[in-house]
Write a protein that binds this ligand. Structure first.
Ligand code: C2E
Ligand code: CA
Ligand code: CA
Length: 387
């Protein structure tokens, strides 16, 4: 098995050399403990381990063993108190079933580990599709770079509604990658890809400039742009926001940045300082997918934010699940205690909207009002909304 810590250089940059060294040592110890006399652990490159596990009978058995090791690793990270666990990729190749010499065995485990990366899964046993997937992942990265140039990347807009009067107050910019009107890939796939391929700055700039330009035509509507962890920690982040605001003369409050909890706690002090700086430019900060991250309340109280977005999984589940409903109410109360606006995403029906109104939620977004629409479609939708 080849285990690697995804994105280790970035983790090292955030934690520092000493803490990341401690992490790797602790990882290796936990792996050895979990293996016992069933195998051997070797450091293999910067942040990879080669684990030889004896007496594996078949695929299923290998997966069970890998899962046990993955749990050991999670334990190791909890021990060194890392708030956001980095992703661990495990590629597996079976001897003598899939390779009969060390070179070939290693190569196949490596291909499997790379395929894990492309699929954003956790582990993968080598099979013939691995090489193909890895190549496809690379090809998609290149195609995305071209899409940015050719205009295949488009910005769609989903309205955000004030619950009190049903009026649209803003839009969330959501990227679509379309070729001949059909999606090439969904944002869940191409945004992480853009991060990996070093294209996140270009992609974010594209969305910022298009949406600020467009929003100027929709008088008074603010626009919200999603910011990935990689973008928030990019050396150019603050300058890029400053340029966008000044070039498109965005009014104070005209631009909101949506940032997930996970992006904040990776390097909390740097994130908080940067967000405070962009807030000084009149940009509002929204915490996206709130409730799904790992942040503790002691972090929460220090985040320079204006808005909380309740994750759609809670909102969509709240009509049928009492616990989800209580969570939604708790988040609304928490937001109000801290003078934050609160937005519910994933509002798909009237019953959810009514319940949110009773619970004191301020804003709502979801298919019940509109999905993400292109600029022309949204202009039409806005006319109807005003009427
Ligand atoms: P997100 O920021 O949480 O965006 C909300 C997602 O929920 C969007 O999916 C939206 O289309 C979908 N959605 C909205 N209303 C409903 C509803 O009522 N029910 C359900 N089931 N879903 C609803 P989408 O557009 O596929 O985007 C997925 C994720 O990709 C976004 O999650 C965001 O994290 C990311 N993303 C999309 N565009 C961009 C972008 O331009 N830049 C960055 N950095 N991330 C983006
Ligand atoms: Ca969002
Ligand atoms: Ca969200």
């Amino acid at each position: 098995m080849l285990l690697d810590v995804a994105d280790f250089p970035r983790l090292q940059a955030r934690l520092g050399f000493e803490a990341s060294g401690v992490l790797l040592r602790s990882l290796s110890e936990h792996l050895s403990l979990a293996l016992g006399d069933r195998g051997t652990v070797l450091r293999f490159g910067d942040a990879s381990f080669c684990v030889l596990v004896r007496a594996i009978r078949n695929r299923g058995h290998a997966i069970l063993a890998a899962e046990r090791l993955a749990r050991a690793i999670e334990q190791a990270m909890a021990d060194v108190a890392i708030v956001t666990a980095p992703q661990i990729n495990i590629g597996i190749a079976l001897y003598p079933l899939q390779a009969t010499d060390a070179q070939d065995l290693l190569r196949k485990a490596q291909l499997a580990a790379a395929a894990v990366h492309v699929r954003a899964a956790r582990l993968q046993v080598f099979d013939d599709s691995c090489a193909e997937q890895v190549l496809k992942g690379w090809a998609l990265g290149e195609a995305f770079a071209e899409a940015l140039e050719s205009g295949e990347l488009q910005v769609f807009y989903q309205p955000k509604i004030r619950i009190a009067d049903g009026r649209a107050v803003g839009v969330e910019a959501l990227s679509r990658w379309l070729r001949d009107g059909k999606p090439v890939a969904t944002p869940d796939v191409f945004i992480p890809l853009a991060e990996e391929a070093g294209l996140i700055r270009d992609a974010t700039w594209y969305v910022l400039s298009n949406s600020l330009q467009q929003a100027a035509l929709w008088d008074g509507l603010h626009v919200a742009v999603n910011i990935t962890p990689g973008m928030l920690h990019h050396s150019d982040f603050v300058e890029m926001i400053r340029s966008a605001v000044s070039i498109w003369s965005a009014k104070s409050g005209g631009l909101t940045l949506e940032i997930t909890e996970g992006a904040l706690i990776a390097d909390f002090d740097q994130a908080a300082a940067r967000l405070a700086r962009v807030r000084d430019l009149g940009v509002r900060i929204s915490i996206d997918d709130f409730g799904t991250g790992y942040s503790s309340l002691s972090y929460f109280k220090k985040i320079p934010a204006d808005e909380l977005k309740i994750d759609k999984s809670f909102v969509m589940g709240m009509l049928t699940d009492e616990a989800n409903q209580r969570l939604v109410q708790t988040i609304i109360n928490l937001a109000h205690q801290f003078n934050l606006n609160v937005v519910a995403e994933g509002v798909e029906n009237q019953a959810s909207l009514d319940l949110l109104a009773r619970m004191g939620c301020n804003y709502a977004q979801g298919y019940f009002f509109a999905p993400a629409l292109n600029a022309d479609q949204l202009s039409l939708w806005l006319k109807r909304n005003l009427a």
